[in-house]
Design a protein around this ligand. Structure first.
Ligand code: HSE
Length: 435
Protein backbone atom coordinates (compact mmCIF):
# COMPACT_ATOMS: atom_id res chain seq x y z
CA UNK A 1 0.00 0.00 0.00
CA UNK A 2 2.81 2.41 0.88
CA UNK A 3 4.10 2.15 -2.74
CA UNK A 4 1.26 4.50 -3.73
CA UNK A 5 2.27 7.15 -1.23
CA UNK A 6 4.46 10.08 -2.28
CA UNK A 7 8.16 9.38 -1.88
CA UNK A 8 10.22 11.52 0.48
CA UNK A 9 13.84 11.02 -0.44
CA UNK A 10 16.15 11.51 2.55
CA UNK A 11 19.85 12.34 2.68
CA UNK A 12 21.44 11.56 6.03
CA UNK A 13 24.61 13.48 6.85
CA UNK A 14 26.64 11.40 9.31
CA UNK A 15 26.36 7.74 10.25
CA UNK A 16 27.75 7.89 13.79
CA UNK A 17 25.99 6.92 17.02
CA UNK A 18 22.76 8.78 16.22
CA UNK A 19 22.87 8.68 12.41
CA UNK A 20 23.22 4.90 12.29
CA UNK A 21 20.24 4.48 14.67
CA UNK A 22 18.13 6.85 12.57
CA UNK A 23 18.91 4.83 9.44
CA UNK A 24 18.13 1.56 11.27
CA UNK A 25 14.81 2.85 12.61
CA UNK A 26 13.68 4.33 9.28
CA UNK A 27 14.34 0.91 7.74
CA UNK A 28 12.81 -1.20 10.53
CA UNK A 29 9.68 0.93 10.98
CA UNK A 30 9.14 1.90 7.36
CA UNK A 31 5.51 0.71 7.27
CA UNK A 32 4.52 2.49 10.48
CA UNK A 33 6.36 5.68 9.55
CA UNK A 34 4.58 5.67 6.17
CA UNK A 35 1.21 5.21 7.81
CA UNK A 36 1.89 8.01 10.30
CA UNK A 37 3.29 10.52 7.81
CA UNK A 38 1.33 9.55 4.71
CA UNK A 39 4.61 9.43 2.79
CA UNK A 40 7.14 6.76 1.84
CA UNK A 41 10.27 7.83 3.75
CA UNK A 42 13.34 6.41 2.10
CA UNK A 43 16.99 7.02 2.92
CA UNK A 44 18.59 7.42 -0.50
CA UNK A 45 22.09 8.69 0.47
CA UNK A 46 24.26 8.67 3.56
CA UNK A 47 27.20 11.07 3.78
CA UNK A 48 30.18 9.53 5.60
CA UNK A 49 33.81 10.50 6.08
CA UNK A 50 35.10 7.06 5.14
CA UNK A 51 33.32 4.39 3.13
CA UNK A 52 35.07 1.57 5.03
CA UNK A 53 34.61 2.69 8.66
CA UNK A 54 33.17 0.26 11.25
CA UNK A 55 29.53 1.16 11.97
CA UNK A 56 27.09 0.32 14.77
CA UNK A 57 24.48 -0.66 12.18
CA UNK A 58 24.81 -2.33 8.80
CA UNK A 59 24.10 0.22 6.04
CA UNK A 60 23.63 -0.71 2.38
CA UNK A 61 27.04 0.23 0.88
CA UNK A 62 25.24 1.56 -2.21
CA UNK A 63 23.82 4.40 -0.06
CA UNK A 64 27.17 5.57 1.27
CA UNK A 65 28.92 8.54 -0.25
CA UNK A 66 31.72 10.90 0.71
CA UNK A 67 30.35 13.57 -1.64
CA UNK A 68 28.10 16.15 0.10
CA UNK A 69 26.42 17.12 -3.19
CA UNK A 70 25.24 13.55 -3.72
CA UNK A 71 23.80 13.41 -0.20
CA UNK A 72 22.10 16.82 -0.35
CA UNK A 73 21.19 18.03 -3.83
CA UNK A 74 17.72 17.09 -5.05
CA UNK A 75 16.61 15.44 -1.78
CA UNK A 76 13.26 16.17 -0.18
CA UNK A 77 14.69 16.06 3.30
CA UNK A 78 18.20 16.25 4.77
CA UNK A 79 19.00 14.98 8.26
CA UNK A 80 22.14 16.61 9.61
CA UNK A 81 23.84 14.59 12.35
CA UNK A 82 27.51 15.42 11.95
CA UNK A 83 27.56 18.06 14.72
CA UNK A 84 29.85 21.07 15.20
CA UNK A 85 29.74 24.30 13.23
CA UNK A 86 31.62 23.47 10.03
CA UNK A 87 31.09 21.78 7.67
CA UNK A 88 27.58 21.24 9.13
CA UNK A 89 26.63 24.91 8.61
CA UNK A 90 27.67 24.84 4.94
CA UNK A 91 25.74 21.60 4.33
CA UNK A 92 22.59 22.80 6.11
CA UNK A 93 22.67 26.09 4.21
CA UNK A 94 23.21 24.19 0.95
CA UNK A 95 20.04 22.19 1.63
CA UNK A 96 17.92 25.11 2.85
CA UNK A 97 18.83 27.38 -0.06
CA UNK A 98 17.56 24.64 -2.38
CA UNK A 99 14.27 24.58 -0.47
CA UNK A 100 15.11 21.25 1.15
CA UNK A 101 13.77 20.83 4.68
CA UNK A 102 16.42 20.05 7.30
CA UNK A 103 16.15 18.01 10.48
CA UNK A 104 19.15 18.57 12.72
CA UNK A 105 20.33 17.64 16.19
CA UNK A 106 23.08 20.24 16.12
CA UNK A 107 22.70 22.47 19.20
CA UNK A 108 26.02 24.27 18.69
CA UNK A 109 25.05 25.27 15.14
CA UNK A 110 21.57 26.45 16.15
CA UNK A 111 22.79 28.39 19.19
CA UNK A 112 25.42 30.20 17.13
CA UNK A 113 23.73 30.55 13.71
CA UNK A 114 20.02 29.88 14.25
CA UNK A 115 18.76 33.17 12.74
CA UNK A 116 20.61 32.73 9.43
CA UNK A 117 19.36 29.15 9.12
CA UNK A 118 15.77 30.17 9.87
CA UNK A 119 16.03 33.00 7.35
CA UNK A 120 17.38 30.70 4.64
CA UNK A 121 14.57 28.22 5.38
CA UNK A 122 11.84 30.87 5.22
CA UNK A 123 13.27 32.49 2.08
CA UNK A 124 13.28 29.17 0.23
CA UNK A 125 10.07 27.55 1.48
CA UNK A 126 11.91 24.95 3.57
CA UNK A 127 11.50 24.01 7.22
CA UNK A 128 13.99 23.60 10.03
CA UNK A 129 13.37 20.98 12.72
CA UNK A 130 15.60 20.36 15.74
CA UNK A 131 13.86 18.34 18.44
CA UNK A 132 17.05 16.29 18.93
CA UNK A 133 19.17 19.37 19.65
CA UNK A 134 17.97 19.70 23.24
CA UNK A 135 17.69 16.87 25.76
CA UNK A 136 17.73 13.93 23.31
CA UNK A 137 14.50 11.95 23.51
CA UNK A 138 12.76 14.52 25.72
CA UNK A 139 10.21 16.43 23.60
CA UNK A 140 10.94 19.84 25.05
CA UNK A 141 11.46 21.68 21.77
CA UNK A 142 8.05 20.54 20.51
CA UNK A 143 6.65 21.30 23.96
CA UNK A 144 7.74 24.94 23.82
CA UNK A 145 7.40 25.52 20.07
CA UNK A 146 3.93 24.00 19.73
CA UNK A 147 2.24 22.57 22.83
CA UNK A 148 2.81 25.61 25.05
CA UNK A 149 2.85 28.33 22.39
CA UNK A 150 -0.47 29.70 23.64
CA UNK A 151 0.89 30.40 27.11
CA UNK A 152 3.22 33.05 28.51
CA UNK A 153 6.42 31.36 29.62
CA UNK A 154 7.93 32.57 32.86
CA UNK A 155 10.89 30.23 33.41
CA UNK A 156 12.65 27.24 31.89
CA UNK A 157 15.06 25.58 34.27
CA UNK A 158 16.72 22.26 33.75
CA UNK A 159 19.45 19.69 33.69
CA UNK A 160 20.27 19.51 29.99
CA UNK A 161 23.68 17.86 30.05
CA UNK A 162 23.79 14.18 30.94
CA UNK A 163 27.57 13.93 31.20
CA UNK A 164 27.85 16.53 33.93
CA UNK A 165 24.81 15.17 35.75
CA UNK A 166 26.44 11.73 35.76
CA UNK A 167 29.67 13.22 37.17
CA UNK A 168 27.85 15.25 39.85
CA UNK A 169 25.71 12.26 40.80
CA UNK A 170 28.84 10.10 41.22
CA UNK A 171 30.45 12.79 43.38
CA UNK A 172 27.31 13.14 45.51
CA UNK A 173 26.38 9.47 45.87
CA UNK A 174 29.88 7.91 46.04
CA UNK A 175 31.91 10.73 47.59
CA UNK A 176 34.21 10.80 44.54
CA UNK A 177 36.44 13.72 43.64
CA UNK A 178 35.67 15.63 40.45
CA UNK A 179 38.74 14.13 38.72
CA UNK A 180 37.82 10.54 39.65
CA UNK A 181 34.18 11.01 38.67
CA UNK A 182 35.23 12.46 35.30
CA UNK A 183 37.64 9.57 34.71
CA UNK A 184 34.86 7.10 35.54
CA UNK A 185 32.45 8.88 33.16
CA UNK A 186 35.07 8.69 30.41
CA UNK A 187 35.75 4.99 31.08
CA UNK A 188 32.02 4.24 30.85
CA UNK A 189 31.66 6.23 27.61
CA UNK A 190 29.50 9.03 29.08
CA UNK A 191 32.19 11.71 28.75
CA UNK A 192 34.26 12.42 25.66
CA UNK A 193 38.08 12.14 25.70
CA UNK A 194 37.98 15.96 25.49
CA UNK A 195 35.18 16.76 27.93
CA UNK A 196 35.49 20.56 27.67
CA UNK A 197 32.14 21.31 26.01
CA UNK A 198 30.28 19.35 28.68
CA UNK A 199 32.19 20.15 31.88
CA UNK A 200 32.69 23.84 31.09
CA UNK A 201 28.93 24.19 30.53
CA UNK A 202 29.12 25.07 26.82
CA UNK A 203 26.85 22.25 25.63
CA UNK A 204 24.28 23.26 28.26
CA UNK A 205 24.66 26.93 27.26
CA UNK A 206 23.84 26.15 23.62
CA UNK A 207 20.71 24.27 24.74
CA UNK A 208 19.81 27.10 27.14
CA UNK A 209 19.98 29.60 24.26
CA UNK A 210 17.68 27.44 22.12
CA UNK A 211 15.15 26.97 24.94
CA UNK A 212 15.20 30.68 25.79
CA UNK A 213 14.60 31.68 22.16
CA UNK A 214 11.58 29.37 22.00
CA UNK A 215 10.16 30.29 25.41
CA UNK A 216 10.50 34.05 25.10
CA UNK A 217 10.10 34.62 21.32
CA UNK A 218 13.41 36.43 21.34
CA UNK A 219 16.70 35.76 19.58
CA UNK A 220 19.08 34.36 22.16
CA UNK A 221 22.53 33.19 21.10
CA UNK A 222 25.07 31.16 23.06
CA UNK A 223 27.06 34.40 23.46
CA UNK A 224 24.20 35.82 25.55
CA UNK A 225 24.43 33.01 28.10
CA UNK A 226 26.51 33.48 31.25
CA UNK A 227 28.34 30.18 31.71
CA UNK A 228 30.11 28.47 34.59
CA UNK A 229 30.97 24.76 34.47
CA UNK A 230 31.49 22.13 37.14
CA UNK A 231 35.28 21.81 37.15
CA UNK A 232 35.85 23.62 40.45
CA UNK A 233 33.34 21.59 42.49
CA UNK A 234 34.78 19.35 45.19
CA UNK A 235 33.73 16.33 47.23
CA UNK A 236 33.56 18.74 50.18
CA UNK A 237 31.01 20.91 48.35
CA UNK A 238 28.89 17.80 47.79
CA UNK A 239 29.17 16.68 51.41
CA UNK A 240 28.24 20.14 52.69
CA UNK A 241 25.29 20.28 50.30
CA UNK A 242 24.04 16.90 51.55
CA UNK A 243 24.35 18.03 55.19
CA UNK A 244 21.99 20.93 54.55
CA UNK A 245 19.50 18.86 52.53
CA UNK A 246 20.67 20.03 49.10
CA UNK A 247 22.09 18.51 45.91
CA UNK A 248 24.40 20.33 43.49
CA UNK A 249 23.19 20.29 39.88
CA UNK A 250 24.40 22.05 36.76
CA UNK A 251 21.36 24.11 35.83
CA UNK A 252 20.46 25.86 32.60
CA UNK A 253 18.13 28.72 33.51
CA UNK A 254 16.18 30.96 31.15
CA UNK A 255 13.76 33.28 32.87
CA UNK A 256 11.64 36.32 32.28
CA UNK A 257 12.76 39.08 34.66
CA UNK A 258 11.28 42.46 35.39
CA UNK A 259 13.64 45.21 36.55
CA UNK A 260 12.93 48.05 38.99
CA UNK A 261 11.41 50.17 36.21
CA UNK A 262 9.05 47.39 35.15
CA UNK A 263 11.00 46.55 31.98
CA UNK A 264 10.90 42.89 30.99
CA UNK A 265 14.03 41.04 29.95
CA UNK A 266 15.42 37.54 29.62
CA UNK A 267 18.08 36.15 31.92
CA UNK A 268 20.03 33.19 30.53
CA UNK A 269 22.65 31.39 32.52
CA UNK A 270 24.27 28.03 33.16
CA UNK A 271 25.96 27.32 36.47
CA UNK A 272 26.12 24.78 39.27
CA UNK A 273 23.50 25.41 41.93
CA UNK A 274 22.48 24.06 45.30
CA UNK A 275 18.99 22.67 44.83
CA UNK A 276 16.89 21.56 47.82
CA UNK A 277 16.39 17.79 47.90
CA UNK A 278 12.64 18.39 47.80
CA UNK A 279 12.88 20.10 44.37
CA UNK A 280 11.94 17.87 41.39
CA UNK A 281 15.34 18.44 39.72
CA UNK A 282 17.26 17.20 42.77
CA UNK A 283 16.29 13.58 42.19
CA UNK A 284 17.37 13.49 38.53
CA UNK A 285 20.24 11.04 38.69
CA UNK A 286 22.81 9.44 36.38
CA UNK A 287 22.95 10.81 32.84
CA UNK A 288 19.26 11.75 32.73
CA UNK A 289 17.97 15.16 31.68
CA UNK A 290 14.99 17.04 33.09
CA UNK A 291 13.48 20.42 32.35
CA UNK A 292 10.95 22.27 34.49
CA UNK A 293 8.89 24.79 32.55
CA UNK A 294 6.74 27.39 34.26
CA UNK A 295 3.94 28.91 32.23
CA UNK A 296 1.74 31.76 33.47
CA UNK A 297 -1.40 29.68 32.93
CA UNK A 298 -0.07 26.11 32.70
CA UNK A 299 1.87 26.37 35.95
CA UNK A 300 4.80 24.03 36.38
CA UNK A 301 5.48 21.14 34.00
CA UNK A 302 8.38 18.72 34.14
CA UNK A 303 9.93 16.90 31.18
CA UNK A 304 12.26 14.02 32.07
CA UNK A 305 14.15 11.41 30.09
CA UNK A 306 17.26 10.32 28.26
CA UNK A 307 19.16 13.31 26.93
CA UNK A 308 21.75 11.50 24.86
CA UNK A 309 22.59 8.17 23.23
CA UNK A 310 21.94 6.77 19.79
CA UNK A 311 18.41 5.38 20.00
CA UNK A 312 16.91 8.03 22.35
CA UNK A 313 18.25 10.87 20.20
CA UNK A 314 17.13 9.04 17.05
CA UNK A 315 13.62 8.91 18.52
CA UNK A 316 13.60 12.73 18.58
CA UNK A 317 14.99 12.91 15.03
CA UNK A 318 12.25 10.57 13.80
CA UNK A 319 9.48 12.67 15.31
CA UNK A 320 10.77 15.55 13.17
CA UNK A 321 11.15 13.27 10.15
CA UNK A 322 7.50 12.17 10.33
CA UNK A 323 6.27 15.78 10.62
CA UNK A 324 8.63 16.98 7.87
CA UNK A 325 7.68 14.14 5.53
CA UNK A 326 3.98 14.85 6.02
CA UNK A 327 4.44 18.54 5.24
CA UNK A 328 6.67 17.73 2.31
CA UNK A 329 4.11 15.41 0.80
CA UNK A 330 0.91 17.31 1.54
CA UNK A 331 1.94 20.93 2.13
CA UNK A 332 2.09 22.94 5.32
CA UNK A 333 5.04 24.13 7.33
CA UNK A 334 6.74 23.79 10.67
CA UNK A 335 6.54 26.90 12.86
CA UNK A 336 8.87 29.62 11.61
CA UNK A 337 11.31 31.42 13.89
CA UNK A 338 9.26 33.47 16.37
CA UNK A 339 11.21 36.45 17.69
CA UNK A 340 8.55 39.16 17.72
CA UNK A 341 8.87 39.83 21.47
CA UNK A 342 12.52 40.85 21.06
CA UNK A 343 13.09 41.14 24.81
CA UNK A 344 16.42 42.56 25.98
CA UNK A 345 18.92 40.14 27.50
CA UNK A 346 19.42 41.06 31.16
CA UNK A 347 22.80 42.22 32.32
CA UNK A 348 24.18 39.24 34.27
CA UNK A 349 25.29 41.51 37.11
CA UNK A 350 21.66 42.37 37.85
CA UNK A 351 20.54 38.75 38.30
CA UNK A 352 19.60 38.02 41.88
CA UNK A 353 19.85 34.74 43.72
CA UNK A 354 21.07 33.34 47.01
CA UNK A 355 24.68 32.27 47.51
CA UNK A 356 26.62 29.97 49.78
CA UNK A 357 30.28 30.83 50.31
CA UNK A 358 32.77 28.61 52.15
CA UNK A 359 35.84 30.38 53.51
CA UNK A 360 38.94 29.33 55.37
CA UNK A 361 39.72 32.15 57.77
CA UNK A 362 42.19 32.93 60.56
CA UNK A 363 40.58 31.83 63.84
CA UNK A 364 41.17 35.14 65.66
CA UNK A 365 39.13 37.65 67.61
CA UNK A 366 36.97 39.83 65.38
CA UNK A 367 37.33 37.75 62.20
CA UNK A 368 33.65 36.79 62.02
CA UNK A 369 32.66 40.44 62.44
CA UNK A 370 35.12 41.51 59.72
CA UNK A 371 33.81 38.91 57.28
CA UNK A 372 30.19 39.85 58.04
CA UNK A 373 31.16 43.49 57.51
CA UNK A 374 32.46 42.75 53.99
CA UNK A 375 29.07 41.35 53.02
CA UNK A 376 27.26 44.23 54.72
CA UNK A 377 29.41 46.81 52.91
CA UNK A 378 27.94 45.62 49.60
CA UNK A 379 24.42 45.47 50.99
CA UNK A 380 24.38 41.67 50.95
CA UNK A 381 22.26 40.33 53.78
CA UNK A 382 23.28 37.09 55.50
CA UNK A 383 20.81 34.29 56.11
CA UNK A 384 23.10 32.05 58.17
CA UNK A 385 26.70 31.61 59.21
CA UNK A 386 28.23 28.35 60.33
CA UNK A 387 31.69 28.08 61.82
CA UNK A 388 33.58 24.87 62.38
CA UNK A 389 37.18 23.97 63.14
CA UNK A 390 39.53 23.46 60.20
CA UNK A 391 42.39 21.00 59.91
CA UNK A 392 44.61 24.05 59.16
CA UNK A 393 46.65 25.53 62.03
CA UNK A 394 44.82 28.46 63.70
CA UNK A 395 42.13 28.30 61.05
CA UNK A 396 38.34 28.01 60.98
CA UNK A 397 35.93 27.16 58.18
CA UNK A 398 33.05 29.62 57.74
CA UNK A 399 30.06 28.78 55.61
CA UNK A 400 28.00 31.88 54.86
CA UNK A 401 24.58 31.69 53.24
CA UNK A 402 23.13 34.92 51.89
CA UNK A 403 19.65 36.18 51.19
CA UNK A 404 18.94 37.24 47.59
CA UNK A 405 21.86 39.27 46.26
CA UNK A 406 22.77 40.57 42.83
CA UNK A 407 25.63 38.96 40.98
CA UNK A 408 27.37 42.35 40.79
CA UNK A 409 27.21 42.82 44.58
CA UNK A 410 28.42 39.27 45.18
CA UNK A 411 31.32 39.77 42.76
CA UNK A 412 32.32 42.83 44.80
CA UNK A 413 32.01 40.79 48.03
CA UNK A 414 34.26 38.05 46.64
CA UNK A 415 36.84 40.61 45.47
CA UNK A 416 36.88 42.19 48.94
CA UNK A 417 37.18 38.77 50.61
CA UNK A 418 40.18 37.97 48.39
CA UNK A 419 41.84 41.21 49.59
CA UNK A 420 41.04 40.61 53.29
CA UNK A 421 44.09 39.38 55.18
CA UNK A 422 41.94 37.29 57.56
CA UNK A 423 40.63 35.19 54.65
CA UNK A 424 43.07 32.42 53.75
CA UNK A 425 41.02 30.75 51.04
CA UNK A 426 37.63 31.04 49.36
CA UNK A 427 36.94 27.32 48.98
CA UNK A 428 33.70 27.72 47.04
CA UNK A 429 30.94 30.10 45.97
CA UNK A 430 27.77 28.33 44.86
CA UNK A 431 24.43 29.82 43.89
CA UNK A 432 21.22 28.50 45.43
CA UNK A 433 18.17 27.91 43.24
CA UNK A 434 14.73 26.43 43.59
CA UNK A 435 14.10 27.32 47.23
N1 HSE B 1 27.10 15.62 25.60
C1 HSE B 1 25.71 15.80 25.81
C2 HSE B 1 25.33 15.38 27.20
C3 HSE B 1 24.84 15.03 24.88
O1 HSE B 1 26.16 14.88 27.94
O2 HSE B 1 24.19 15.57 27.57
C4 HSE B 1 24.57 15.71 23.62
O3 HSE B 1 24.14 17.00 23.80
Amino acid sequence: MSEHLPLVSVGVLGAGTVGSQVIRLIGEHATDLSARSGARIEVTSVLVRSLDAQRDVEIDPALLTTDPDTAINGKDLVIELIGGIEPARTFVMQALTQGITVVTGNKALLAAHGPELYEAAAANGADLYYEAAVAGAVPVVYGLRESLVGDKMMRVQGIVNGTTNFILDSMASKGMSYADALAQAQALGFAEADPTADVEGLDAAAKCAILASLAFHTRVSINDVSVEGITSLSAEDMAEAAESGHTIKLLAIAERRIDGEGTEGVSVRVHPALVPNTHPLASVDGAFNAIVIEGESAGRLMFYGQGAGGAPTASAVLSDVVAAAHHRAYGGHAPRESVYADLPICDHGSVRTRYRVRLHVADNVGVLAEVAGIFAAQGVSLDSVNQRPSSGEGEAVLTVTTHDASEADMTAVIEALIQASVVREIASTIRMEGE
